[in-house]
Design a protein around this ligand. Structure first.
Ligand code: HEM
Length: 457
C-alpha cells in the first residue's frame, strides 16, 4: 500500500474561517467589516448566488463567486475588464510600471517578455538555490525549537528570492531589505476609507512616511541590482529580466519597467508562498494523522538528501495538502476588475464603470462546489482530480491571460519546502491556536502561529 493510499484517518478539523454576515446588518456595518477584514464583508447571498450586486458609495459593485462567471470575466471577455482602480492604487506606489499593474498593449508586451523567464528550464536552474535556502532554514532550527510560522516561512521564501535575485549583490543588505519589503507591504496593503470611493484613475494614494521610505529603499535596491547585473551579466533571475527582449520588436523592457518588475517579483513572490507554507504547516500541526501520512509518502519517495524540483508526481498527497491549504487560505483571496465596456455576465447587465470583486475566498468555500467546505480534507483532491482542472472552482493563482506568471515556480518551491520540513521535523501546534485569517494584500494569520518543530532522527 503506498503512503497516499493509507486508510483515511483524518480527524474532522474545521480551521479558522471568516464567518459570513447574516444579511440583516446595516450597510455601514457591512462596510466597516469589509474595511477591517475584507473577507468578513460577504453575506449569505455571496455564498449561495453566482453573482450579487449592490450599490456602494455611488458605484455598482458585483461580487462573483462561480467559476463559469470568473472565466467569463478573466478569459472570454478579459479585454472589457481591466484591473479595478483599487488594485492600481495599492500597487502603483511600489510598481506602477510592473506586470501586476499595467494594462492593454503595455501588459501584452511585458507578458511576452516576462513569461518565458518562468519556463521549466528556469525552475530546474532555481532548484539548487531553493535547496540551499531550505537547508539553511533547517540547520537554523535546533532540536525542539519554538517558532512563529509566518515569520519563519517569510524568512525562508525571502531567502530563496534573495538568492535568485540578489546573488552576491554589493551594497544591498538582505536583512534590512527584507524588513523594508515587509514594512512597505504592510503600509500599502492596509485598506483606507478613500480606497472605496469612486476616485478617478491615477489619483495618488497617501501612505505613511515609514511606508514611503521603505518602498524607496526597495526601489533603490532594485536599481542597484539592475545596474550591477548590466555591468556583470549573469544567468540568474535579474540577469534574465534585464536580458529579456520582446520577440516582436527585439527590444528589452525600459529601465523603469525592469525596476518595477523586480520590485514586483520581490513583493508578489515571497509573501504568497510563505503564507501557503505557513498555513499548510499549521494544518498539518493540527491534524497529526495527515502529517503522518505525508511523512510516510515523502520518506518512501525521498528517504534523505535534497527533494528534487520535479517531485510533484511522486508526492500526490503533499501536493493535495498544498492545494487544500490554498483552497482554505488563498493568499490572493480577492481580485478586482472594472468594466470598461457595457456587457453581460451571468445574464446580468454590467455597465461601464461597474466594479467586480472576484471573491476567490468565497468561491473556494461554497457548498455548491465543495462537499463540507469548512473541513480540512486534502483527500478531496486525491479522490476527485477534476477539482484541480481548468474551469473548476479552485483558482488560487487566478485565471485567463493574467493568471499568475510564476505559478509553476511557486508550486515547486512550496512542494520542496513542505516535503523537506515534514520529512525532517515533527510539527506541533497547540489545540488553542486558532488564528483569524485576515486579508491585507494577502491572507495572513492574525497574531501569527506559534509552533514547535522537533527534528526527527
Ligand atoms: C503561492 C504563491 C502565489 C500565489 C497564490 C499567487 C497568486 C496570484 C494571482 C491570483 C494572480 C492574478 C492576479 C489578478 O489577476 O488580479 C497573480 C499574478 C501575478 N503573480 Fe503571483 N502568486 C504567487 C506567487 C508568485 C511569485 C513567486 C511571483 C514572482 C516571482 C509572482 C508574480 C506574479 C505576477 C508578476 C503577476 C501578474 C501577472 C499578470 O498580470 O500578467 N507570483 N499571482
Amino acid at each position: 500500500m503506498t503512503a497516499n493510499m493509507a486508510p483515511k484517518m483524518s480527524e474532522a478539523f474545521t480551521p479558522p474561517y471568516a464567518p459570513a454576515l447574516t444579511g440583516k446588518e446595516s450597510f455601514s456595518y457591512a462596510m466597516w467589516k469589509f474595511m477591517r477584514n475584507p473577507i468578513e464583508g460577504f453575506g449569505p447571498r455571496a455564498y449561495s448566488q453566482d453573482i450579487t450586486t449592490a450599490n456602494s458609495l455611488g458605484v455598482r459593485l458585483h461580487v462573483i463567486t462561480a467559476p463559469e462567471l470568473m472565466h467569463d470575466v478573466l478569459s472570454r471577455q478579459a479585454e472589457k475588464f481591466p484591473k479595478a482602480p483599487i488594485d492600481g492604487r495599492i500597487f502603483s506606489t511600489a510598481m506602477k510600471e510592473g506586470l501586476l499593474s499595467v494594462e492593454g498593449g503595455q501588459w501584452k508586451r511585458q507578458r511576452r517578455v516576462l513569461a518565458p523567464i518562468f519556463r521549466p528550464a528556469l525552475l530546474s536552474a532555481m532548484a539548487p538555490m531553493i535547496t540551499q535556502s531550505i537547508e539553511a532554514f533547517t540547520s537554523r532550527i535546533g532540536q525542539g525549537a519554538q517558532v512563529e510560522l509566518r515569520e519563519a516561512m517569510s524568512d525562508l521564501t525571502f531567502d530563496v528570492l534573495a538568492k535568485a535575485l540578489l546573488g552576491n549583490a554589493e551594497g544591498v543588505e538582505r536583512a534590512s531589505l527584507h524588513k523594508a519589503m515587509q514594512r512597505g507591504l504592510d503600509s500599502v496593503g492596509t485598506i483606507r476609507p478613500d480606497d472605496l470611493l469612486p476616485l478617478p484613475k491615477g489619483t495618488p494614494r497617501p501612505i505613511s512616511p515609514a511606508g514611503y521610505l521603505a518602498i524607496r529603499r526597495v526601489k533603490k535596491a532594485a536599481d542597484t541590482l539592475i545596474a550591477q547585473r548590466k555591468r556583470h551579466p549573469q544567468d540568474d533571475l535579474v540577469g534574465l529580466l534585464t536580458g529579456a527582449t520582446d520577440p516582436h520588436s527585439g527590444k528589452p523592457l525600459s529601465a523603469r519597467e525592469q525596476r518595477d518588475n523586480l520590485t514586483g517579483f520581490f513583493i508578489a513572490g515571497h509573501e504568497t508562498t510563505a503564507l501557503t507554507l505557513c498555513w499548510a504547516l499549521y494544518l498539518l500541526g493540527r491534524v497529526p494523522t495527515i502529517q503522518e501520512r505525508v511523512l510516510s509518502e515523502v520518506k518512501a519517495a525521498y528517504p534523505g538528501g535534497a527533494i528534487p524540483h520535479d517531485c510533484l508526481s511522486n508526492l500526490p498527497l503533499t501536493r493535495a495538502v498544498i492545494d487544500e491549504t490554498q483552497r482554505l487560505f488563498p493568499p490572493a483571496a480577492l481580485m478586482g476588475r472594472q468594466c470598461a465596456q457595457d456587457t453581460q455576465i451571468g445574464g446580468r447587465d454590467i455597465v461601464k464603470g461597474d466594479i467586480l470583486t472576484l471573491a476567490i475566498y468565497v468561491m473556494h468555500r461554497r457548498e455548491a462546489f465543495w462537499s463540507k467546505p469548512k473541513l480540512f480534507d486534502p483527500d478531496r483532491f486525491l479522490e476527485n482530480p477534476s477539482l484541480n482542472a481548468k474551469g473548476s472552482a479552485f483558482m488560487p493563482f487566478g485565471g485567463g491571460p493574467r493568471i499568475c506568471v510564476a505559478a509553476g515556480f511557486a508550486r515547486m518551491e512550496a512542494m520542496m519546502a513542505l516535503a523537506t520540513i515534514i520529512r525532517d521535523f515533527k510539527v506541533e501546534v497547540a489545540d488553542n491556536v486558532y488564528p483569524r485569517p485576515k486579508l491585507t494584500v494577502t491572507l495572513r494569520p492574525e497574531g501569527g502561529i506559534p509552533a514547535r518543530l522537533t527534528r526527527r532522527n
